[in-house]
Design a protein around this ligand. Structure first.
Ligand SMILES: Cc1cc2nc3c(=O)[nH]c(=O)nc-3n(C[C@H](O)[C@H](O)[C@H](O)COP(=O)(O)O)c2cc1C
Length: 310
């Protein structure tokens, strides 16, 4: 199955603890071409764990969207992917080969699979042949050490049937330190014939253009910058089209926060998560530090609105 053709070159990166439905819909409203869910545990979903299922919060108007799984046992991942396909009809099912979190690595999942190519190939083959949804992978450049495996893994995943590859070119042991090495994205793009999604350190519209020009990648995936400024999707779209974009002023940010609060209420996002997003969104606003401090003490949505004057 082929990766869908998106209307924008931008994709919201999967982010655990961040990508609730209201946030994803906000990003989409602001021009993001496709959203990804937070990573979902394949072993838990294969067991039809109720708490895990409750966390999957998609609505039809989100299309196109991807749901991301993590795990390491082929049978569980196939079962979980089939469950996602049947119940949520995602446009893409993605497999996490990049998570550096200790509890995920300890399970033999996430980026630790980068040193188990045979298992990766087995998983991608099994999923892509048993699903009618495009199956994609998201990788880092390597687990640890200097030997980069991204190019080899990307080629193997393509041959096994992957529909696209997202590349965050840092090793697991790097975490978020240093710079993302975009030359690895370029090498992956030169090696495979499926769409390549470039990711890592896109913090501004010019960064997005530079990533596309330097690597030839098909799409740009944005994570941390979107957490603080979801308007970046509209800004990147504008910049790619006409080489200019409007800076996000306080008025635009407040309007965006209002939209988020509306969506969070409508889709029953918890208060702690709602507050976290509002705090993040005030980054760069006049008096932002003081606003974040006050928001930290807010006890309910009315208080958030009063502090922000929305
Ligand atoms: C809070 C947070 C949660 C993340 N959760 C996931 C995840 O669930 N799955 C995944 O593949 N990557 C996850 N990532 C990594 C991002 O998808 C992305 O690869 C990384 O942040 C680099 O992109 P950026 O420089 O645009 O932030 C997470 C990153 C952050 C900051």
């Amino acid at each position: 199955m082929k990766f869908p053709k998106l209307e924008s070159k931008t994709i919201l990166a999967p982010m655990a603890g961040i990508n609730d439905l209201a946030f994803r819909l906000l990003c989409k409203d602001l021009g993001c071409g496709m959203t990804y869910s937070e990573m979902i545990s394949a072993p838990a979903l294969a067991r039809k764990n109720k708490a895990t299922i409750k966390l999957i919060d998609v609505v039809p108007e989100e299309h196109p969207f991807g749901l991301q799984l993590f795990g390491q046992k082929t049978e569980e991942i196939v079962k979980a992917a089939q469950y996602l396909e049947e119940h949520y009809k995602p446009d893409v099912i993605d497999f996490n080969l990049g998570c550096p979190a200790r509890q995920i690595i300890r399970q033999g999942a996430g980026s630790s699979l980068l040193i188990r190519k045979n298992r990766v190939v087995e998983i991608v083959k099994a999923c892509s042949s048993s699903l009618s949804t495009p199956f994609t992978v998201k990788i880092r450049s390597a687990f640890e050490g200097k030997k980069i495996v991204a190019i080899d893994i990307a080629k193997a995943c393509e041959e096994a049937g992957a529909a696209a590859i997202a590349v965050h070119p840092r090793t697991m042991s790097q975490g978020y330190s240093g710079k993302a090495d975009w030359s690895i994205i370029k090498q992956v793009k030169e090696t495979v014939n499926i769409p390549v999604i470039g990711n890592g350190d896109v913090f501004s519209p010019p960064d997005a253009l530079r990533l596309m020009e330097e690597t030839g990648c098909d799409y740009v995936m944005i994570g941390r910058a979107a957490m603080k400024n979801p308007l970046i999707f509209r800004q990147v779209n504008d910049y790619l089209r006409k080489k200019s974009f409007k800076q996000a002023d306080d008025e635009a940010k407040l309007k965006m926060i209002k939209t988020y609060l509306f969506l969070a209420k409508k889709h029953e996002v918890g208060f702690v998560r709602t507050k976290l997003h509002c705090q993040l969104f005030t980054t760069g606003m006049k008096g932002g530090a003081a606003l974040r401090h006050s928001l930290g003490k807010a006890k309910d949505e009315d208080e958030i609105r009063r502090i922000l004057g929305t």
